[in-house]
Design a binder for this molecule. Structure first.
Ligand SMILES: Cc1ncc(C[n+]2csc(CCOP(=O)(O)OP(=O)(O)O)c2C)c(N)n1
Ligand SMILES: [Mg+2]
Length: 425
């Protein structure tokens, strides 16, 4: 299976059978599946029963395991062994991953359309092109693990919540949105997903704090802290690294290197673009973030690492690419060429990669994949219709959900002086 990384890794450290079996942090496949993925989420609707292929001419047993070997250049390492290149999945799990990625893409395309028709206002950051990260992440986590990211949060929210309607409704500012229609694109949360944060880099120390809380409370939960290449040079990121290492926190810092910040290439903004080495004393792994199976493998490895006593944090760099502009107000072609975007789309698309794997392994036929694409479209279109039909939040709730109950400041200023709201009379 040809699987081309976004940008071929220059300093690849090949996994040898020996290196893969060394060290207590290397989870066995059995362990990975114990801590795993989709089946541990009974409420998740990655793919409804009706949208999964039922009657095809290939292998009828979707519970059957399929073992595949990832390309040798899937990982580069800094002071640690690479994850195993052998991955085993049930066929049904692979189909659910495909379904999740196409649903996520359709959701973002729909958000793009709704934004352009001015039904979504304000900021809106889409993750089109980066789907393998959100999906590969969730397949390796348990519900109790924690996730925090910046403002490019729709894909993660979808995976943690398991449905599209609360996300589109939130974008449209409707009361059945995930934050009651009062948060918008950057402020989405679930009990174990801490958003959605608009201040670049600020989620990194917050994430270290969440990891600290898990350790303090004796919980067996790893915290995955996402940030971008554009945030990677901030002082607070290194301060968080330092404390996480000193306190051996169960944190995994994940740099989503999509090659650009807000209009500036990684090479123009970072003196060292090997983000996986930038933790210095924290070991790191560069991962082909366009391959959902490589992402899964790296996340499972990192989770095990973080939860092993005295190993402390790990750094992952997901090498990926964003197809759209930084946000809806950026066409995204003034600092990179259309040809570059087209080349990644046609040669290195994460959905196409998985599709090719599934076809090659005869897990599914082309026609069945088309049916899944159609089902994903129908699911998102239905959610968008329902979201559009729902109400805007009542103005009475305008001042609520700003502070934790009991922690409110005496008053909060609105846009106009006469809009001031007094929490304490
Ligand atoms: C502290 C702060 N400075 C500047 C901004 C404006 N800003 C928003 S996103 C961004 C670039 C971030 O790029 P990156 O971390 O690579 O994330 P990506 O958008 O590529 O996902 C900037 C400068 C901000 N939101 N917060
Ligand atoms: Mg970036």
């Amino acid at each position: 299976m040809a699987c081309v990384p976004v940008f071929p890794h220059e300093h690849h450290v090949a996994a040898t059978p020996d290196s893969r079996s060394q060290g207590s942090f290397q989870p066995s496949l059995a362990q990975q599946h114990e801590s795993a993925p989709l089946d541990k989420h009974p409420t998740r609707s990655l793919a409804s029963a009706s949208s999964m292929p039922r009657d095809h001419n290939h292998d009828h047993d979707q519970n059957q395991n399929l073992t595949m070997t990832l390309p040798e250049d899937s990982f580069d390492t800094h002071n640690c062994e690479p994850p195993s290149l052998e991955v085993t999945f049930q066929k049904e799990e692979l189909l659910r991953m495909y379904m999740a990625m196409v649903t996520m893409r359709r959701m973002e395309t729909t958000a793009d359309t709704l934004y352009k028709s001015q039904l979504i206002r304000g900021f809106c950051h889409l993750c089109t092109g980066q789907e393998a990260i959100g999906v590969g992440l969730e397949t390796a986590l348990t519900k109790e693990d924690k996730v925090i990211t910046a403002y490019r949060s729709h894909g993660f929210t979808y995976m943690r919540k398991g449905s599209v309607l609360p996300i589109i409704a939130e974008l449209l500012g409707r009361n059945n949105g995930i934050s009651g229609g009062k948060g918008g694109s950057m402020h989405m949360f679930t009990p174990n997903f801490f958003g959605g944060n608009g201040i670049v880099g600020a989620q990194v120390p917050l994430g270290a704090g969440i990891a600290f809380a898990q350790k303090y409370l004796g919980k067996k939960a790893a915290t995955f802290v996402f940030y971008g290449d554009g945030a990677a040079n901030q002082g607070q990121v290194f301060e968080a690294f330092n404390m996480a290492k000193l306190w051996e926190l169960p944190a995994v810092f994940v740099c989503e290197n999509n090659q650009y910040g807000m209009g500036t290439s990684a090479a123009r903004s970072s003196a060292n673009t090997d983000y996986y080495k930038r933790g210095d004393y924290i070991p790191g792994i560069k991962v082909n973030g366009m391959d959902v199976l490589a992402v899964h493998q790296a996340i499972a490895y990192a989770r095990e690492w973080a939860l092993t006593e005295h190993k402390g944090p790990l750094l992952l760099e997901m090498e990926t690419y964003r197809y759209g502009g930084h946000s809806m107000s950026d066409p995204g072609v003034s600092y990179r060429s259309r040809e570059e975007i087209q080349k990644v789309r046609s040669e290195n698309d994460p959905i196409t990669h998985l599709k090719e794997r599934l076809l090659e392994a005869q897990v599914v036929s082309e026609a069945e994949l088309k049916d899944m694409d159609k089902a994903a479209r129908a699911e998102v279109d239905k959610a968008a219709k329902e979201a559009k039909e729902s109400e805007q939040p009542d103005m009475k709730t305008f001042w609520t959900d700003v502070y934790v109950k009991g922690a409110e400041v005496p008053f909060l200023r609105g846009r106009e002086p006469q809009e001031t709201h007094f929490y304490r009379k």
